[in-house]
Design a protein around this ligand. Sequence first.
Ligand SMILES: *[C@@H]1O[C@H](CO)[C@@H](O)[C@H](O)[C@H]1NC(C)=O
Ligand SMILES: *[C@@H]1O[C@H](CO)[C@@H](O)[C@H](O)[C@H]1NC(C)=O
Ligand SMILES: *[C@@H]1O[C@H](CO)[C@@H](O)[C@H](O)[C@H]1NC(C)=O
Length: 981
Amino acid sequence: MKSASFLPVPLDTPAREPARRRDAVSRRFRLLLSFVVLLATFQCSRVLLQAHTDDHRRAVNVPLDAAGILEKCSLLETKPGPPPDFYARTQNDRFVSGTKPTLIKNATVWTGEADGFEVVHGDILLDRGLIKQIGDISTGSYSEDFVYHVDAQGKWVSPGIVDLHSHLGVLSVPELSGASDGNSHKGPILAWLRALDALNTRDEAYRLSISGGVTTSLILPGSANAIGGQAAVIKLRPTAERSPTSMLLENPYEKNTTVYDPKVAVRFRQMKHACGENPDRVYSGTRMDTAWAFRQAYDKARQIKEAQDEFCTKATRGDWAGLGAYPEDLQWEALVDVLRGRVKVHTHCYETVDLDDLVRITNEFKFSIAAFHHAHETYLVPDTLKSAYGEPTVLPSCHPPAAALFASHGRYKREAYRGSEFAPRILSDNGIQVVLKSDHPVLDSRFLLWEAQQAYYHGLPHNLALAAVTTTPATIMGQSHRIGFLKEGYDADVVLWDSHPLALGATPQQVWIDGVPQLAHPAILSAKPSALQSLPKVPNFDKEAEEVLQYDGLPPLEPKASLGEGRTVVFANVSNVFVRSATAPGVRQLPIAVETGTEGQEGQRVSVIVRAGKITCIGAPDSVCVRDALYASYGADEPVDVFDLEGGSISPGLTTFGSHLGLEEIQGEASTKDGVAPDALNRGVPSIAGGSGALVRAVDGLVFATRNAYTAYRAGVTTGIVSPQSNGFLSGLNTAFSLATPHKLADGAIVQRAGAVHVSIHLGSQQSVSTQIAALRHLLLNQTDGDLGEWFDGIRKGNATLVVDAESADVIATVVELKKEVESVLGLAQGNTLKVTIAGGKEAHLLAQELGNAGVGVILTEPRPFPKQWEARRILPGPPLSHKSQIVTLVEHNVTVGLGTVDADKARNIRFDAGWAALESDKAISKAEAIALVSTNIEKLLGIERDEDEVELVATSGGDLLAFSKVIGVISPRRGVVDVF
Ligand SMILES: *[C@@H]1O[C@H](CO)[C@@H](O)[C@H](O)[C@H]1NC(C)=O
Ligand SMILES: *[C@@H]1O[C@H](CO)[C@@H](O)[C@H](O)[C@H]1NC(C)=O
Ligand SMILES: *[C@@H]1O[C@H](CO)[C@@H](O)[C@H](O)[C@H]1NC(C)=O
C-alpha cells in the first residue's frame, strides 16, 4: 500500500471484538463503507481532520481505497452458492437464442429425486434452456409450430451424465505433441494453474462423449503434482462463441467476461490434489516428501488467511494504524480459498497410507475434501474417510469425502492392486457417497454409463448406480442447484435412452444440453429386445463382497472346488446350450431350448449331466438319459452335485487377446512382468540371444495364476493368447495358455506353444512406416536366418499365420498390397494364400471390402473404438453416431472378426463386449456369432487350432454368458473336471 493514499481520519466507532457472524460484519461494513465513500467523494486530496478528544477516539490513517478493502473483507466469509435470485430464473444463462422448445412425450423419467427412486411416467417440456415442466403436459400455451415433439414411446429419460473426473480438452485426442496440457512439470505445488487455460476445443472426443449421454464434465489437471491446479466444470456442447470460456458451466457467472465477481455470488471452485505414486514419482521422491509438500503449501496458505482475517478484523473496526497492505498473493489465493471452504478439493488417492495422510492434513489445516478419486482402497477404510475434516456449516461438505471410482478397472499399478469391483457397494453400505468417473481418456467417457452398469451388476443398488453418474457428482461439485437432476427449473440436460439406462448397451436416442439437441441424425436401433426396457436382473455377489473384506482386498480367486473323476455334476434349469463347431460361424446354439410359449414365457429347460469334465447327456429333467445317468451315479454310490442355473446357459469358454495377460501381474511394475522383447529393427537382438535371426517366444515368459487371469477365468474366459511385449517392429511368437492353471507344468496349462508371428507397423515409431514395410517385405520374400527365417518359411507356405498390429487404413492397405505382391512373386495359387491377420484395426472398416476379398481377418483390440492416435482417428463410432458399428461393417464384408482387449484387467469383460456388439448390430450378429467373436474367431486368426471336444464350457446362472449372468463353473474336458467358484 502506498503511503500517499493514507487518509488520516477520526472514526467514532469504538474498538471492540470482531463480530463473528457474517450479518453483523456486513452491517458494520455497510455503515463504514458509506462513511468512507462519503469522505472519499468529498476529500480527493489529503485532508487532516481534527481528532476528537474523546478517550477511545484516535486519529488513524485510513487508506484511500479503504472502501475496496472493506468490501473484500466483507466477502471473506461468504460461502459459495448460486445467487439469491437463481431459483427465480426463467432462462438458462447458457440459453442459445433461437432454440425451439422441446416436448418429450410419454417418457419414463428417472428424475434423480427421492434418493434416485423417483420415476415419473409422463412428459418433459424444455424451453429457454431449462426444464420447464415434468408430468402430464399438453402443449397448452405453446403454439404447436414452435415446439419440437419427441415421442419417447415410454422409453427411459435421465439427466445428462455428469463426469466428475475427465481430462477432455487437456489431454486431447488424437494425441499430438501440441495438445497434451494435462500436467505441468514445474513443481509439486501448482495451486495457481487453471485447466481452463489449457482447454483445447479441438478434442475429437467431445462429440463422442456427448453421444454417450455425457453433458457436463469436471476437467481436472493431471496427477503429476501434489497440487496440480484448478479444474473447470464445462458443458460439452459446441457453442456459438467456439471458445473454452463459453463452455464453462457457471464460473464466471457472466458469460462474456472472465472476471469472477464475488459480489454476484461466490461460486465453488474445484481443485486437483494427488498423492501416492504419481506425484511421488514425478517430484517429491517419497510419500513423506509429498505429504510435506502439502503441509508446506497449506501452511503458507494458512498464514495468508490468518493475516487477512487479522487485517480485516482490525480494518472492520477502524483500527487502520500500522495495518499496511491487505495481505494477498495471486499465486496463493486459490489455496487460501480452499481454507475458506470455497473450493471443492478432488484428491487422486489410492492407498490406505495416502488416504490416511490426506485425512490427517485436512484436520491439521481444516479444509474438506470433496472426493477421493480412483480411491481403490477407500472401501477398506471407510472410517478413515469419515474422520476427514468437514466444515459442518457448508453442505454438502459435512459428508465425508466421496469415493470417485472406476467400476472394475484395477490392478494396473501397485496402488490399484487391491481395487475391487465390489468397492462401490461396500462403500455405499458404509454411508460413503459413490461416484463413477472416467478419468477420460483413461476410460472413454462416452461409456461412463457402462461403469454405472458394472457397479450395479456387482451389487450397487440401482438407484445409487444411476446417481453415481448424475446426481451424486453434480452434488459433489456443488452444482446440484442446476444439473444432475431432472427437475423443473434445472438446466435442460436430458438423455433419451433406447433401453433402461442400466441395461447393457443402453444408447442415447437423443441428448439435449441446455435444451439444444446434440445428435443431428441419431442412428436408432430398431431391433433391441423389449426386455431391455426394464431394470435388468443381476446376480447375488454378497459372498464375494464379504470375502474381499475378509482378505483385505486380495481374496483367493482359484476355483473353490474341482469336481473330477467319480462324481456326477448336474446343471439344472438350463435354457440354452452353445457349443463350438468346426464349421462357420464356429459356435452354434443347440436346438434344445425350443420356445414353447409366447414372448416373456419361459422356454423349455433342460438338465446337463457332466462326468469327468465331459457332457454325457443334455435332456429334459425326466428324459431317459438324465434319469439313467442319475440312477448310475446313485447305484455306484457316487456323489451328485446339482447346480440350478435358473434359466442360464452352457457356452464355450472364451479366449482373450490384445493385452499382456499371461506375461504380467501388474502392468506398471516391471518386476512383475516378462518385460519388453528386444526389437530387431531398431536396436537389434543381442547375439547371445540369437542375433537378427532370433524370434522371442511368449511361451517362455508366461506367468500363471495372476489375479487378472483368475478374474477373467471366473468370468468365463478360459484361454489367453499373448504375444511378446515389444516397443518396435518385431514382437515374436504368440502362445495360447489356460487361465485356470497354477503353473506351466500343470495339466492343460499350455494350449498351444506357438501359433503366429507378430509384428507391429505404426506411424510415429522409431523407424519410418516405409522402413517397417521394407523389413516385412524382406522377411516375406527372402530367406533369413534362424528361428525367424524358419517361421517366415512357414508363413510363405501358408502353414503359419502372420499377425500385423496396425491401426491406420493406409498401413493396412499397404499390408494387403504386400500380401498380394508376395503371393504373386511366390506364384502361390488361389486358395493357397498367405494367412495374414490385422490386430488393432481401428481404421479397418475403411477397407472392409478389400480385406474381405483378400481373406484378411481383423482382431479389433478395442471393441468400442476411441480415436486415441492420429493413425486411428477415422473410427466408425457406431450408434448413435453411425448406424453400423465397425464390427457389423466388417462382418458384412465377410471379414473374420475377433474382439480383443488392450488391458489385462478388462479380459473379464469380453463377454459383455460381445453381448454389446450383438445388441448394437440390430440382429446382424446372433448370440452364437457374438460368442465366436471372442472365442473361435480369435483362435483362428492367431493360428491356434483346437480339438473342439477338448475346449472348456462355461455354466452361467440367471442368463446366458453375454448377459448380466453369473458364471457358476467351468467344464474342462481336457482336465477332466468341473471347476466351481
Ligand atoms: C407410451 O408408450 C408405450 C410404449 O410404446 C405405449 O404402450 C403407451 O400406449 C404410450 N402411452 C401414451 C399415453 O401414448
Ligand atoms: C456482456 O458484458 C456487458 C458489459 O459488461 C454487459 O452489458 C452484457 O450484458 C454482457 N452480456 C452477456 C451476454 O452477459
Ligand atoms: C529378396 O527376394 C526378392 C524376390 O525373390 C529378390 O528379387 C531380391 O533380390 C531378394 N533380395 C535379397 C537381398 O536377397
